[in-house]
Structures are given as C-alpha cells and as structure tokens.
Design a protein around this ligand. Sequence first.
Ligand code: NAD
Length: 266
Amino acid sequence: MIFSLKNQVALVTGASSGLGYACAESLAKEGACVVINYHSQAEPAEELAEKIRADGGRAIAVKGDVSKEADVENLFDQTIREFGRLDILVANSGLQKDAPSIEMTLEDWNTVLDVNLTGQFLCARAALRQFKRQEHRKDISKAVGKIIHMSSVHQLIPWAGHVNYAASKGGVDMLMKSLAQEVGEERIRVNAVAPGAIATAINEESTKGEAGKALLKLIPYGRIGAAEDVANAVVWLASDLSDYVHGTTLFIDGGMSLYPGFRDNG
Ligand code: NAD
C-alpha cells in the first residue's frame, strides 16, 4: 500500500491544536508540504512547523481567521507564494459556544456558524479556485485536488444545549455533498470525516474523570478517541488509496453513531 503524499501541498486550518495539529503532523510524515493555519496560538503552530522542517519536511505557519474572507485569501496567497500549488485542504477549524437555546445569544449563534460553516465554505471555495488555475499533478489518472471537511457525529445526532454547533455540522454535511456533486467531474474529490468523542481541548471537561466514564456508555467500542485516530483517516482520504471515495462522510467514532442506548432496550 502506498500512502505517499510526496510533492503534494496540504493546508490544514486550525492546526495549532487538537485534530488539526495531528492532521498536519501526519500529512507531513507522509511527505506533504504543510501549511499550518492558526487563529491565535502562534507558538504551537510555529513549533510544529519547526519540528517538521527539522525532520526534513517543509512547513510554514500562517495566522488567519477562517471566518474572514480577507484572511482566507491571504492564507491561500501565502500557501501559493511558499509552495506554488495546493493539493489537499483539511477544513478543520471549529469551536463550540454552548448554552440552552433560550439563553443562547445571537452573537454566540453567529460566531459558531461563521467559523464552523462559513469558514469551511470560504476555504473550500478558495481551494477550488486554486485547483482550477494550477497545473494538474503528473499522474493525471488521479484526483487533481482533495478537500476534507471536519464534521462531527453531530451532523447526524441531535445535541441539546448545542444547537449552534449541531446546526453548523449539519450544514457541513450538505456543503460537502453539494460541493462533491458540483465538482466531481473535474476530478476534485470532496469528503468529510465525522469524529465522535476525541480527547482534545474542545471537550476537555467531558472526556476526563467521571464525565469521561459516563461518555463511554455512548461508545460501543469502549474507548475515547485519540487525535491520531482522526489524522490516520484524513491521511487516507487525502491519498490516492481512497481515489474512488467521493461525497462521503467517514465516521470515526468508535460506533457512537450506532445509537448504543438501544442496545439493551430489546
Ligand atoms: P481544538 O479546540 O483543539 O481545535 C479547534 C481549532 O480551531 C483550534 O486550533 C482553534 O484555534 C481553531 N479555530 C477556532 N476559531 C478559528 C477561526 N476563526 N479561524 C481559524 N481557526 C480557528 O478542538 P478539536 O477537537 O481539535 O477540533 C477540531 C475540529 O474537530 C472542529 O471542527 C471540531 O468541531 C471537530 N470535532 C472535534 C471532536 C472532538 O471530540 N474533539 C468531535 C467532533 C468534531
């Protein structure tokens, strides 16, 4: 099996922490040149870029807010200036601003939708524009560009107290599928991954201690996920090994989306 992403350029948004960090690191290990986008945490992003370069790879860290059109344009401009092309986009940035619906502010609703959904649209649009304007890879039998959206099990499972987040991920599902339908014949592949409970900063409170034990009841496979579980799937989706996979969401959730509450309910 050949996973090599040598000579390909990958841009990962929100890559100064968690899943984005792990994706950027794993893509670089497979030979990709990596652009590490960060929003506010410059230090871990710069350190990761430095680590990749020290290991013989190529990487840069670029600041940018994915919900701002001008920042996204700048992010892609810097990518092309540094590496000359783009082959892989991992639209990963996301956040939560949780509250019961009747207490949720319009500001918190908008912030989550702006980053989690509009941000993914802006980045995907910029990637598509770049895929169209650049020369194709040498192996013309394979995809000319790959977009991987970071969704969530909550594109499928409703989530009380998190309506902004669940709505944003439901939107990501239809964004991904509609884009895939639109650009497939240009051999641009568009897919998503939908993680379940993965131990990262976004859910630190719910994955540790007693809350972590309670969470395990929702995971048939019996463990909380690690960032590498998601990164491995993203590398596969970015590689030619998945060349016939298009318009699909890969759930990486230890079975969380199997509605395990029904298991003992027979
Ligand atoms: P995280 O908080 O470590 O990562 C989120 C990243 O997004 C951070 O690096 C943050 O700086 C970045 N970000 C936030 N606002 C941004 C903006 N305006 N512009 C650019 N970047 C911005 O958490 P994570 O778990 O690594 O989350 C990554 C993605 O995975 C998110 O889209 C999240 O919804 C999704 N996800 C995570 C889990 C999980 O269990 N950890 C489950 C399902 C989906």
